[in-house]
Design a protein around this ligand. Structure first.
Ligand SMILES: [Zn+2]
Length: 226
């Protein structure tokens, strides 16, 4: 097991659960997540996956699998697992075996996305199962928050299927996903539009629009000062 370097832990993980919860998300921890990892980890991007689990197999059926791995590939197989109901599970703070051979892509050298990207496994069968709205929005917020922490734009959130032709995951549209995350980051990044605040005030039209949409969908979007 290899825990991430303290500087990486501080930037990516410290206070992350609290931050995500402040946006209305549910966060849970897999025991030992802080020290779980398989080598040096310098995350500066996000890689999206779907698990391929049967659509009626429950909320987070792959939790054990992504933590401990398979006979062929040792765990962890992702850093974060996103359950069908939108619950975010912290699986591993360190490097995970999720992307395999592929690239180079988005400035990440060939075959090294595990070292440079945070892997998110999304529970979905990959055969046309619709992604529940809450799950998709939780993923959008998760990506926006982590990209902001890594000081990266939405451009650096990509799918496993973009990293390598071998894969088809995730099944959602990556351009539309990045567009939503980009819009969301404007909300998260602007001090006057922190999602946790008490009151939304006038600002950039786009941010207002995003805040409105999120609030309509049940998220606590309000104004605060950073
Ligand atoms: Zn994948």
């Amino acid at each position: 097991m290899t825990a991430p370097a303290p500087a990486v832990f501080d930037q990516v993980w410290r206070g992350l659960a609290k931050e995500l919860r402040s946006h209305g998300l549910d966060v849970k921890f897999v025991e030992g997540w802080k020290s779980r990892g398989v080598g040096d980890f310098y995350p500066r991007a996000m890689t999206e996956h779907h698990t391929g689990s049967n659509r009626d197999s429950g909320n987070a059926p792959c939790l054990g699998l992504v933590t401990w791995g398979t006979a062929d590939v040792g765990g962890p197989l992702c850093n974060i697992l996103l359950a069908r109901d939108g619950t975010i599970y912290f699986v591993a703070a360190g490097k995970a075996n999720h992307a395999g051979i592929g690239g180079p892509f988005r400035g990440i050298p060939e075959n090294s996305a595990n070292t440079y990207a945070i892997g998110v496994e999304i529970e979905n069968d990959g055969r046309g199962e619709p992604y529940p709205k809450r799950q998709i929005e939780a993923n959008d917020i998760l990506n926006a928050v982590l990209l902001e922490r890594m000081k990266r734009t939405a451009y650096f959130a990509f799918g496993h299927k973009e990293w390598t032709d071998r894969k088809i995951d995730p099944t959602f549209d990556m351009a539309a996903f990045r567009k939503r995350v980009r819009a969301l980051m404007k909300v998260l990044g602007l001090p006057q539009f922190r999602v946790t605040a008490k009151k939304v005030v006038a600002g950039k039209e786009k941010s207002i629009k995003v805040a409105k949409r999120l609030r309509k969908n049940g998220w606590a979007v309000t104004r605060t000062k950073k």
